[in-house]
Ligand binder design. Sequence first.
Ligand code: SAM
Ligand code: CA
Length: 250
Amino acid sequence: MDWAKFDRDAGSIQAGAHQGLGHKSLLQSDDLYQYILETSVYPREPEPMKELREMTAKHPWNTMTTSADENQFLNMLLKLINAKKTMEIGVYTGYSLLATALALPQDGKILAMDVNRENYELGLPIIEKAGVAHKIDFKEGPALPVLDQLIEDDKNHGTFDFIFVDADKNNYLNYHKRLIELVKVGGLIGYDNTLWNGSVAAPANAPLPEYLIYYRQFVLEVNKALAVDPRIEICMLSVGDGITLCRRIK
Ligand code: SAM
Ligand code: CA
């Protein structure tokens, strides 16, 4: 599946509203969402986050990126749980990666994976300028083989404080199978886009763009599986395009 092509298609469908494809917000009122951004997000936004957000907005695949309010949330969450060792699957230009890197202590670490290095390198100069690039270990390529390699060594089991998954939705369950071994008990996995532009609640035959229809079945399957997984507690938030937080309990 050409993920990037789908995202480009999604970009051309976007009507400009926050609810358009592109994970900005599921709020039904654009004015209310704008209020949140202008009142509590933008005035507190670290300069490098602003720079990376504005740079990404000019990129042709910008609908892929996470939203500013979601990254403010992730940044606070990481601080609240004192995250030190983290992972990100799906980096794009590095906007959520920078939000993570800024939240970690100086000796914090992020294993970041993406099949596309080029886009990561667009954001890298900003991440470097922010003084947090040393926390990032970027691996170019599909994430699954990297996870399989990590799993092979028992020493990696139960060691990650936080894992953010924001890549190919058709692999989320494959990721979950492995990540549940790698996250520590009490640690968190965040699965992004679990409300899939609201399409998870649309009638099965609703006239939706091909992009949404194709991945919806996978997102629905993931949501069902997470809801009954006894190894985790979950919380589905309507921030951005929906993020499901999974806290490993055993
Ligand atoms: N978190 C990013 C942000 O805040 O801007 C957005 C990530 S974007 C929605 C999804 C990314 O997943 C793309 O950059 C794509 O190249 C990457 N991706 C797709 N399939 C992948 C795979 N199998 N392994 C690793 N990365 C993958
Ligand atoms: Ca996302």
